[in-house]
Design a binder for this molecule. Sequence first.
Ligand code: C5P
Length: 224
Amino acid sequence: MSVAVVLPAAGRGERLGSGVVKALRELAGEPLLLHAVRGVRAVPAIGCVVVLAPVGLVNDMAVLLSPYDVVVVPGGDDRQESVRHGLRSLAADVDLVLVHDAARALAPVSLFEEVIAALRAGAEAVVPVLPVADTVKRVVGDRVTGTVERTDLRAVQTPQGFVREVLEKAHAQLGPPATDDAALVERLGRTVVTVPGSEEAFKVTTPFDLLLAETVLTRRARGR
Ligand code: C5P
C-alpha cells in the first residue's frame, strides 16, 4: 500500500511572536520546516510528500526543500483547507495518507512507523495520543465552573493516519471547522484508533517550545 504525507505548513504562526511564518522559524540554525521534512523523509515506507505553503511563499519553500523529494503547493485559509489542497495534489495510486503538522517538527521515525503499522493492520484512522498530566478545568472569565474527569482524556498529536478514501470523504462533508482531521472522520461515524504518542512530537508553538526542541536535537546529536 502506497503511503503519502500531507504536511500543512501554511500557518502564519503569530503565537511565536516574531512576525516570521512559524514553519520558517529557526531551530538550531535551520527552519522548522526543514527539520520536519527531514524527519518525514527518514521514514522508508513514505512515498510522496506534499507540503502546504503560505500562498506567497510557495517558491521560497520549494527552494528550501529542493534537496528533498517533496511537492510544495499553496495552502488554504485555515488548516483544514490546507489539508484539502494537499489531498487534491496526491497521485492516484496513494492508498494511505498521513497528515502531519510541520510544527511537530521532531516527531520520531518510530511514531510514523507505528501509525503506518496500525493502518496496515486494518485501522481506517489512527491518532497518536498521550495521557493528560494536568488537571483540566472549565473556566468562564476568571471563575472555575467545573473540573473535567482526566482518566479518559488524551492529548492528540500528529502524524494522524487515514485510509485515503475515508479522509477524502471526511473532508468532503459540510460542517463547522475541526481542529484535527480525526474529528472529521469521527463525524462520519467511523472508528478512530489510538497508538502511543511521543513526547518528542510536541507542537513547537511558543519560544519556550523552541528551547525544548533545541534540547531534543542536542540529545539526539549525542546519540541519546
Ligand atoms: O495554528 P496551528 O498550530 O493549529 O497550525 C497547525 C499546522 O497547520 C501548522 O503546521 C500550520 O502551519 C498549518 N496551517 C496550514 N494552513 C493554515 C493554518 C495552519 O497549513 N491556513
